[in-house]
Design a protein around this ligand. Structure first.
Ligand SMILES: NC(=O)c1ccc[n+]([C@@H]2O[C@H](COP(=O)([O-])OP(=O)(O)OC[C@H]3O[C@@H](n4cnc5c(N)ncnc54)[C@H](OP(=O)(O)O)[C@@H]3O)[C@@H](O)[C@H]2O)c1
Length: 347
């Protein structure tokens, strides 16, 4: 990992896309997997400062990022109190509540009690008065949408969130949430769904024929596409087994059983397309998600500064040609890796 430049951090700049009242760099950094207590703070610091210096000014968090819960927010909070203090308002700091953050019925899902308490705890961890976006992290069939969206609205009214959004809601639930939000006078600015060459659920038509991308972009929401590298499957690291330092080897949410012969054959074909175009597989995967103008940014989970730099080459690289897109199409098939389906978007 390369060290940050000496002296005060100077944020770089990247091409921006605008939607939902936000201007987002085309590439954003998520702090889901590489910012827990098991990762030295010095490595976390190096990665975040490097990202900001390269123009990756959108930093995405959630209450459950760590482990333990709130650990990633505490890490970023340390940086916001020191190295990044003078550039706070050049950054977009986002967080979420929806998955398990503490024990009991009010430690996850979509109740107003949980969302409100969690946002307060996130702000304490980050050392901030407000986040830039606060999300309902998942659809919760047991809580009325009026309650969940109402809690988001009150976070706006209290000045604790500057914008609010939803994550992993299906096309149908997004349309419902937008309707409820309209009734409550709440502006839902952002949707954060998973999307990659091997996880294309956001393109699938819903009950009324519209896909999630149609619904979200049709309502003017920004679309923040997460896991665009399918947690590393599209990073080209698994062609010859499972490397020791990879996410699949660490026993986390990247499951080794996803690495079937069929999926690896598609990945290998995609690698050939990437090579032919002078790209890495990761660059091909990111350029592919960004080919759709309805996507506002790709949210990557780089583990090292080298991975981030590799991914950043898409920001000023050429778009994929029609010929490349056509060659990719038969291999951009669902690999059954959408962890968030049964817990949100299928509900
Ligand atoms: N809203 C939600 O429910 C939700 C859910 C999941 C994630 N997210 C957000 O999305 C962010 C990104 O998710 P993710 O970590 O799954 O994203 P990802 O970018 O698809 O996967 C990250 C992994 O890909 C590998 N990688 C990254 N850059 C690479 C490169 N240039 N070349 C080769 N391999 C590369 C690394 O794997 P190795 O570690 O194996 O090297 C890295 O850990 C999260 O941090 C979080 O902010 C949101």
């Amino acid at each position: 990992m390369s060290d940050p430049s000496p002296g005060p951090v100077v944020p770089g700049s990247l091409p921006q896309r605008r939607a939902g009242g936000l201007s987002l760099p085309v590439l954003s950094l998520g702090l889901w997997q590489n910012f827990g207590h098991g990762v030295p703070f010095a490595d976390q610091r190096r990665l975040v400062l490097h990202a900001v210096e390269r123009g990756v000014t959108h930093l995405d968090l959630a209450n459950n990022y760590g482990p333990p819960s709130f650990a990633a927010e505490e890490s970023l909070g340390r940086l916001l109190a020191t190295d990044l203090r003078h550039v706070r308002e050049q950054l977009l700091v986002t967080t979420k509540a929806g998955y398990g953050a503490w024990a009991g019925p009010y430690g996850e899902f979509g109740s107003a009690k949980y969302l409100t308490a969690s946002l307060d705890e996130s702000l304490r961890s980050l050392g901030l008065d407000a986040v830039d976006v606060f999300y309902s992290h998942r659809y919760d069939a047991r809580t009325p949408l009026e309650e969940t969206i109402g809690a988001l609205g009150r976070a706006l009214d209290a000045g604790k969130a500057r914008l609010v959004g939803i994550s992993s809601y299906s096309a149908r639930r997004t349309a419902e949430a937008l309707e409820v939000a309209r009734g409550l006078g709440v502006h839902l600015a952002v949707h954060q769904p998973s999307y990659s060459m091997v996880n294309r659920w956001v393109e699938e038509p819903g009950d009324d024929g519209r896909s999630l991308l149609d619904v979200a972009a049709g309502a003017g929401m920004a679309v923040v596409a997460f896991s665009p590298l399918a947690q590393g499957l599209l990073g080209g690291r698994y062609s010859h087994g499972i490397p020791d330092d990879s996410r699949a080897a660490r026993g986390g949410p990247m499951r080794p059983e996803w690495l079937t012969d069929e999926t690896l054959a598609h990945v290998s074909a995609l690698e050939a397309v990437a090579r032919e175009g002078g790209r890495t597989l990761a660059q091909l995967a990111l350029a592919w998600v960004l080919r759709d103008p309805r996507v506002t940014t790709v949210l990557v989970g780089a583990r090292t500064t080298e991975q981030l730099d590799d991914s950043l080459r898409v920001a000023d690289g050429p778009a994929l040609s029609e010929e490349e897109l056509a060659t990719i199409e038969p291999h951009a098939v669902d690999a059954g890796i959408n962890l968030w389906a049964s817990r949100s978007s299928d509900l």
